[in-house]
Design a protein around this ligand. Structure first.
Ligand code: ADP
Ligand code: ZN
Ligand code: ZN
Length: 817
């Protein structure tokens, strides 16, 4: 009998592909193993065995596989099931999921670029002949492709050699196409080695006898080093010796101290005694027990705990229990930047059991964690990771935690699979029959809605740890200030006063200016009102080309207004001001203090982001001006005042979630103020202090915000009541996109009637020479989501059957918000 395997290829094709295998291979091959296969005219791919069978394919003659690459599966049966769910739900191909899931070192193919592994260390004598030939070739060429290697070795089956070279850390693959991950650097100090002897230290202390402050620092450093074997942070030394950064600097300048940096999330765990887990406060303890009992009736629980209420310590308690049952834990965070603050905290408790995983790690590092998780090693029993860690080969998952569950960065926008990591994590939990805990100070409307309809359980934690008061939030009416000439640039007199006081007292200030994104909304400079779409409850965007205002959801348009429709003022703004301008104004207003800016421009360079965060933590910056980047769950000790420069441009953002997001953003930024003892202060400058969202932020009324947003979502048919799928069409030719999009929308309307919006150009309608058009399909509550998708796939297939449309790119995005 002839034998075949169906494989997943790491390319966007809708079907599995069938290859023939020999009698000997049948007994050996199992689903989840990799094989190298020929494809098309001259391509080679790493493919993944999906199943083994005896059904000959009808449409083509099955080719033979080249080689088996694994002796046991590298992905599990549960993963194969999970991938199928992702592909189906997010309307993409299994190959897309495979590519997103597997570290690039696992997917060797003709396009793979092979380079020398600069960090690897190996003995040349350990290399086999063929391996050595490739190693030698790489001494002359900076990179090789698979086809080069085939000609060097004069044979086809080269993937096993490459695999072995990867394992020996001789070569690495594909790294340059990834944006390099920027690890967080923390500044440490130690004594120069010549002072490490008793005599040396004695001499030094004598030498410093006339500089008592410096002497104090050295004494403190000495006693700190005696207490712990760990490296000493500059910030820790500054705090414990009660000194200033100037004194430390002079000791560095004198070459008494030496500074060095360590990447905090790659610190090798030193294997010291684990620290005991913190005793929970009474409020935390109640929440902890509520979560546990909620798990008896629900699989998913939402922990709604205000900023700094100590949610992390509750997670730690839950993790401890799961570890005791010898199960694995997945702990999701929205941003890589956040993992670095947390990883130390968790390693303190759980030591080497904690592993970090995200797409910006090198392929080798990811392979390491992958294998540990696959082998259920204790080394990666707790995986702390961003989005892509839901795709790891878990064996025995006991708990999933999704922290900051409201964050929009959990959703992948490009490329496919366009999955939402929170929602996918919940499905993963189901597959393992384990519990999922979502946590946030500002839950997403959809998750909170799920607690209302009892799909999720809800646990609330309303007090901050240590009973620190919630920050005092004050709304400043800049319309009024403008009228009374109390504004200096973009600063109201109130903001200037509060800043002056805070800085004088030696505390830090954060100023937040929303990045307006690419949406040119029009705003009245006198009253702050933006023109709205009558159909969609979003701001209209300005299209300069036609001098029009347009709704990029439904296509409503009107000529650009000459005067504000609310107040009649002629002073209209369609550009807005940015962080750079705010920074310059601060420098002028407060020339004696250190100002820094955190936005896309200042964090682009190597370690830019980490350096700024560290500088702020170590109090080398007095005022930090920034965008959303600085809102995300960071824990700063000395920030006392937060200023929001202009709340209106957030509220006016042309998106149905603009109000929800503004609320979340403002509450989260406010949460950065006064996290330790003293109560923090927040000033929000706005044209419209009576805006309901601002009132809700000021009074910390999450529930009120939720109820009101839900009313709007019901009225305007938005999630979580309706679901959305967005279709994007792209092509270089303007007319082609138009015709194609019209055809597509018309076909959709035949089935879905009025629940189709568009086609419409987005505010930025041409990117890299491609014209873009959007169509949105709304799915009413009673309509089956899977039937809807089926119908859409049919339409999509007929679309591509039209010869003229074949070159148009179509992107389907499920839950595109
Ligand atoms: P959240 O995640 O809710 O914003 P965190 O878990 O970061 O809050 O806690 C805020 C601060 O309070 C942290 O510095 C944390 O170390 C401290 N903290 C929280 N719970 C405890 C506890 N039970 N004992 C000691 N310190 C705690
Ligand atoms: Zn106006
Ligand atoms: Zn509209």
């Amino acid at each position: 009998m002839l034998h075949y395997i169906d494989v997943i290829l790491p390319i966007p094709i809708p079907k599995l592909f069938t290859y023939s295998i020999t009698e000997a291979e049948v007994g050996f091959l199992k689903p989840g193993m990799r094989v190298s296969v020929p494809f098309g005219k001259a391509k080679i791919y790493t493919a993944l065995v999906f199943n083994v069978h005896t059904n000959e394919p009808h449409a083509y003659e099955a080719k033979e596989i080249h080689q088996i690459l694994d002796d046991k599966p590298v992905i599990t049966q549960t993963q194969l099931e999970y991938w199928q769910w992702i592909a189906e739900y997010y309307m993409c191909n299994l190959g897309d999921v495979m590519r997103a899931a597997l570290p690039s070192a696992f997917i060797l193919e003709s396009e793979t670029i092979i380079t020398i592994d600069r960090e690897g260390s190996f003995k040349e004598s350990d290399l086999k002949d063929e391996e050595f030939l490739i190693f030698e070739a790489l001494q002359h060429e900076s990179s090789l492709k698979i086809h080069d290697i085939m000609s060097i070795l004069d044979k086809k089956n080269v993937l096993p050699v490459i695999k072995s070279l990867l394992e020996k850390k001789v070569i690495s693959v594909d790294e340059e196409i990834f944006e390099k991950y920027k690890p967080k650097l923390v500044r440490y100090v130690k004594l120069q080695s010549r002072f490490s002897t008793n005599q040396g230290l004695q001499d030094l202390l004598e030498e410093l006898s006339r500089a008592p402050k410096q002497r104090e620092v050295i004494m403190t450093l000495f006693s700190l080093s005696a207490q712990t074997k760990k490296p000493i942070k500059v910030s820790e030394l500054t705090e414990k010796s009660n000194t200033s950064s100037a004194i430390i600097k002079s000791l560095l300048d004198k070459n008494v101290l030496e500074e060095y940096y360590i990447q905090t999330d790659r610190i090798e765990y030193l294997g010291e005694e684990n620290n005991p887990i913190k005793q929970l406060s009474e409020a935390q303890n109640i929440a902890f027990h509520e979560i546990k009992s909620s798990f008896e009736t629900h699989n998913i629980t939402l922990l709604h705990g205000v900023t700094s209420s100590g949610k992390t310590e509750i997670y730690v308690k839950l993790i401890e229990e799961v570890l005791a049952q010898n199960k694995q834990v997945l702990y999701l965070l929205p941003e890589i930047a956040l993992t670095t603050q947390l990883v130390n905290r968790l390693q303190d408790y759980f030591g080497e059991k904690v592993a970090v995983y995200h797409s910006k790690y090198s392929s080798q590092e990811r392979v390491e964690v992958w294998n540990q998780v696959l082998n259920k090693s204790t080394k990666a029993q707790i995986v702390l990771g961003a989005r892509s860690s839901v795709l790891l080969p878990f064996r025995d998952l006991g708990l999933v935690i999704v922290d900051e569950e409201h964050e929009s960065s959990y959703k992948q926008f490009d490329p496919a699979p366009r999955y939402h990591a929170r929602d996918s994590a919940i499905v993963l939990g189901h597959l393992f029959n384990c519990k999922t805990l979502l946590g946030s100070a500002t839950p997403s409307v959809e998750s909170f809605y799920n607690t209302k309809i009892k799909k999720y359980a809800l646990v609330e934690l309303n007090t901050r740890y240590n009973n620190v008061l919630m920050p005092d939030i004050e709304l400043v009416d800049i319309k009024d200030k403008q009228k009374r000439k109390r504004m200096t640039g973009h600063f109201s007199d109130r903001l200037i006063d509060e800043m002056t006081e805070t800085l004088k007292a030696g505390h830090q200030v954060i100023l937040f200016q929303n990045r307006r994104g690419f949406s040119p909304i029009v705003e009245c400079r006198t009253c702050g009102v933006s023109p709205q779409c009558p159909n969609c409850d979003v701001s209209l965007t300005y299209h300069q080309y036609k001098d029009q205002l347009r709704c990029h959801y439904c296509g409503y348009h009107a000529v650009m207004i000459k005067a504000c429709e609310a107040c009649g003022s002629l002073d209209l703004d369609n550009k807005g001001f940015g962080t750079q301008q705010v920074e310059e104004e601060v420098k002028e207003l407060f020339p004696d203090y250190k100002v820094a800016r955190m936005d896309m421009d200042t964090t682009r360079g190597k370690y830019g982001y980490e350096k700024l965060i560290t500088a702020l933590e170590q109090q080398e910056i007095d005022v930090l001006v920034g965008t959303q980047m600085l809102t995300k769950g960071l824990d700063f000790r000395h920030v006392k005042l937060v200023g929001i420069m202009n709340a209106d441009n957030m509220l006016n953002f042309p998106d149905f979630r603009a109000h929800e997001r503004s609320f979340q953003l403002m509450v989260q930024v406010s949460g950065r103020a006064g996290r330790t003892e003293e109560r923090g202060k927040v000033l929000i400058q706005t044209y419209n202090p009576y805006h309901k969202i601002l009132q809700q932020v000021a009074s910390n009324s999450y529930l009120e915000m939720y109820e009101e947003q839900m009313d709007e979502r019901r009225n305007f048919k938005y999630p979580p009541i309706y679901r959305l799928i967005k279709i994007t069409l792209k092509h270089r030719n303007y007319n082609k996109v138009n015709v194609a999009a019209d055809w597509y929308a018309k076909s959709l309307r035949l089935v879905f009637k009025s629940h189709v919006l568009g086609p419409e150009f987005p505010p930025v309608s041409r990117i890299r020479n491609q014209f873009i058009k959007h169509i949105i399909v709304k799915i009413p509550p009673k309509q089956s989501v899977s039937k809807t998708k089926e119908a859409m796939i049919k339409i999509n297939n007929s679309f591509f059957a039209v010869k003229d449309f074949r070159a148009v790119r179509v992107i389907l995005n499920v839950d595109n918000y």
